[in-house]
Design a protein around this ligand. Structure first.
Ligand SMILES: C[S@@+](CC[C@H](N)C(=O)[O-])C[C@H]1O[C@@H](n2cnc3c(N)ncnc32)[C@H](O)[C@@H]1O
Length: 290
């Protein structure tokens, strides 16, 4: 019987060794940041003129918030404030400055009424798949748009879950994504919604909606050798989790032959070390009318 799919809410609730999962998420954070040339906030929100309220959904240990906070200009009066939410409280740092609060919240549950129209920026990075189906993911986006102040911004980061390079170049990276898609589908989650998200924001009435793709370079493809090799370790955790889960799928939905699944992690490690690969991210942002 397959365990919960890595990245599902059930997986994150079962994580016992929070530090090793945080290590993986930390490597991803710096990989996404590098791929976006250092940009963490794509929305053109001015932090220098007024204190801003930021909400980060599925924050884990709040690294995105902490990295953002350390890079922002101070407003002339007051301070920028951050709230990070996550289903797994064990990820939250033991202590944090008074400007950053952590709150346990499941994205599938109703949001606190006092949060309506109260944030200048709502960030949802690598979290929407946890909602499940495409329509559930879209509902989560719409519910979080309600939390944005008039004139404020929502920003989404999600991945395509399709290897962007030809199969001849990255056969095993294609296999890893095939496992991810099959396991997501079998657990009722739609893994291919990222290309639809720009339209979701436009159809929700947001303005200035924009999208940018950013390829996280893994292994040999990364000019930063250290980040490249750490990226291999992070992706192998994903590959191992999804290949194991794929083995438990029924024959009609199993994405790859058993023997390919058996050697996927070893074969992928070789491919990433010798060739490298790109993990395709999309960032989408839009402004709520004033
Ligand atoms: C892939 S990590 C992304 C972490 C962070 N947003 C980032 O981009 O680095 C997904 C996070 O969402 C959390 N999560 C999973 N299911 C959730 C749910 N239903 N509600 C809230 N958080 C959830 C996990 O505990 C984990 O911290």
């Amino acid at each position: 019987m397959a365990g919960p799919a890595i990245s599902s809410p059930e997986w994150y609730l079962k994580v016992k060794d929070a530090s090793s999962d945080i290590d993986r998420l930390t490597i991803y954070h710096f990989g996404f940041k590098q791929a976006a040339n250092g940009t963490l906030i794509f929305a053109p929100l001015d932090f220098s003129t007024a204190p801003r309220a930021v909400l980060d959904i599925g924050t884990a240990d709040g690294l995105w918030m902490r990295d953002v906070q350390s890079s922002l200009p101070s407003p002339p009066h007051g301070t920028h404030t951050f709230i990070g939410t996550d289903i797994n409280e064990s990820f939250f740092p033991a202590s944090s400055p008074s400007t950053i609060r952590y709150i346990k919240q499941d994205i599938r549950e109703p949001l606190p009424p006092s949060w309506q129209a109260s944030f200048d920026l709502v960030n949802l990075r690598m979290i929407l798949i946890a909602a499940g189906s495409g329509s559930a993911q879209r509902t989560v986006v719409n519910e979080h748009i309600k939390l944005v102040k008039p004139g404020g911004w929502i920003q989404i980061g999600d991945c395509d879950r399709i290897c962007p390079t030809p199969v001849e170049e990255n056969p095993r990276y294609h296999d890893m994504f095939a496992c991810i898609r099959a396991v997501c589908h079998s657990s009722g989650a739609d893994p291919l919604e990222a290309p639809n998200m720009k339209k979701w924001l436009e159809e929700a009435g947001l303005l200035d909606v924009q999208e940018r793709t950013a390829m996280r370079a893994v292994g040999k493809r990364n000019l930063d050798e250290d980040l490249g090799s750490k990226g291999i370790e992070a992706d192998l955790i994903i590959a191992r989790g999804f290949a194991d889960a794929a083995k438990g799928l029924g024959p009609s939905v199993k994405p790859l032959p058993e023997e390919t699944l058996d050697t996927l992690v070893v074969d992928l490690e070789k491919e990433l070390s010798e060739i490298g690969a790109y993990f395709p991210m999309r960032f989408i942002w839009g402004r709520k009318p004033s």
